[in-house]
Design a protein around this ligand. Structure first.
Ligand code: IYR
Length: 218
């Protein structure tokens, strides 16, 4: 028999629900990806809170198929930057089709990735495709979906605490598995620099699709 326990559920009045939903939306509309960081350190305890929130995400069969590697060591950040820039340069100069480069033009990205050394912490998110239970390959389910949701929770927690993040996707990113010495069942999913924005930072003037473009009511 499965063990069930009472749900701890907080109910709000309809007025309070709307107030909270608006406040939450306002807060998350202000979240922006930041590509230039200050080197001001972030306390480990704060990072731990973000990671606990990420780890509370729903997952396939509750197998929690994620691993978060937090890199603060300058030497390791340097190695990651060197390897990422090697791949990114090749991508920008040879691998990405023109349409992709055109789509990125408004964001002003290129192969230079200084932020990998400047940001005080890099959270490398790994997707765990299977666990090894005493030599037995125990598969995980809906791994990409689960890790994507956990990453969303992580970004929200970082923003809520007044810090900035960047969802960075060096490609290909197998070099992270090697540099960070992670086992074969863990595959790099996203690399998230975390920290304070550089002073007077600017961000691209991009807009979010209005509700009528993203929602269909039936
Ligand atoms: N991985 C590259 C390119 C890149 C791709 C997408 I899709 C973006 O939204 C942003 C960048 C880079 O990190 O620069």
């Amino acid at each position: 028999m499965p063990n069930f326990i009472p749900l701890k559920f907080i109910t709000f009045s309809e007025e309070e629900q709307l107030r909270r939903a608006r406040e939450f939306n306002d807060e998350y509309q202000r979240r922006r990806t930041v590509r230039e960081f200050s080197d001001k350190p972030v306390p480990r305890e704060l990072l731990e809170q973000f990671l606990k929130t990420a780890g509370s995400a729903p997952s396939g069969a509750n197998r929690q198929p994620w691993r978060f590697v937090v890199v603060t060591d300058p030497e390791m950040k340097h190695r990651i930057r060197v390897e990422a820039e090697k791949e990114e340069r090749e991508s920008y100069e040879h691998r990405m089709p023109q349409e992709w480069l055109d789509d990125l033009a408004a964001l002003g990205t290129d192969w230079h990735k200084e932020f990998l050394e400047i940001a005080p912490a890099l959270i490398v998110v790994f997707a765990v495709n299977y666990d090894l239970d005493g030599g037995h390959i125990h598969k995980n389910y809906y791994v990409k979906e689960s890790v994507g949701i956990a990453t969303g929770f992580l970004l929200a927690a970082i923003h809520h605490a007044g810090l900035a993040s960047l969802t960075h996707t060096p490609s290909p990113m197998d070099f992270l598995q090697k540099i960070l010495n992670r086992p074969e069942n863990e595959k790099p999913f996203l690399l998230i620099p975390v920290g304070y924005p550089k002073e007077a930072v600017t961000v691209p003037d991009i807009h979010r699709k209005p509700l009528q473009e993203i929602v269909v009511w039936k």
